[in-house]
Design a protein around this ligand. Structure first.
Ligand SMILES: [Ca+2]
Ligand SMILES: [Ca+2]
Length: 259
């Protein structure tokens, strides 16, 4: 009997609440440290060229979400967030480092059209991450760039985007080789079809019934033995959805019953 249970392990999205604010002088973006002086001067002089209305002269991140994969490139993660501009400046672009602790980040310059006015919010900014270790904590500095009266750019505020990299393994049920959510002779037939008549195993881990890292006739025998002759059940994950606990070279492109 192969009961199916959806697992909340594969939570492909982490809803993370509003994080933190960092004053400009705390920003770790060294290329913009020279702008801090300019910022302070403008903070004192309140240049008439800038919009007013910022409530607390800060910036922050909201509605942060981290998803596995990307719909626009081959990145491992997509990070979506809002930027709240409570400075007294108009923000024209965002600067983001290309690498944080070995985690690749793109894009690194986001031009904002229209710009974020003082006291305004820009919604749904996306960046893409490659690499990193699932479960590891990550903080990505973000520089908000404004312009002075001469068109010179300076960082008017800095924030950090902090989150934990999610686990993105495809969950599956071992032995359900035809990925129909059922546990029957069709799974053994599917493995035999894959081996001998050009059939398809889109989740090789599920086809690897005996979890030996290979898909061969022993996997069809494994399934038939379990179904009809009192053989042991397939190793984990079975009968519930789960990740592959044993490293191997098999891929699982997708497994709809566990999504
Ligand atoms: Ca099946
Ligand atoms: Ca096998």
């Amino acid at each position: 009997m192969c009961e199916l249970h959806r697992s909340d392990f594969r939570s492909m999205q982490l809803a993370i609440p509003l994080l933190m604010e960092i004053a400009p002088e705390q920003s770790s973006m060294k290329p913009f440290t020279s702008s801090i002086t300019i910022f302070l001067l403008f903070g004192l002089l309140v240049s008439p060229g800038y919009s007013q209305g910022g409530s607390d002269d800060s910036c922050s991140i909201g509605n942060l979400a981290v998803e596995c994969g990307s719909e626009v490139n081959n990145a491992d993660y997509t990070v979506t967030f809002d930027v709240i501009n409570n400075t007294n400046f108009v923000v024209h672009k965002l600067l983001i480092p290309g690498d944080v602790g070995g985690l690749g980040i793109s894009p690194n310059i986001i031009d904002l059209t229209p710009p974020i006015l003082s006291g305004d919010i820009v919604l749904g900014i996306e960046i893409y991450l490659t690499g990193g270790v699932p479960g590891a904590g990550v903080c990505i500095p973000l520089g908000l760039i404004s312009k002075d009266d001469d068109g010179e750019e300076f960082e008017c505020c800095g924030a950090e985007i902090c989150f934990e990299l999610p686990f993105c393994e495809v969950l599956f049920i071992r032995g359900d080789s035809n990925r129909d959510g059922g546990c029957d002779i069709g799974d053994a037939i599917n493995v035999l079809s894959f081996l001998f008549v050009g059939g398809f195993c889109s989740c090789m881990d599920a086809c690897d019934c005996n979890d030996d890292g290979q898909v061969n006739i022993a996997d069809a025998i494994c399934k038939l033995g379990f179904l009809f002759s009192g053989g042991p059940p397939p190793p984990s994950p079975h009968p519930e959805c789960g990740p592959d606990p044993t490293p191997d070279n098999l891929d699982c492109l997708s497994f709809p019953p566990c999504q």
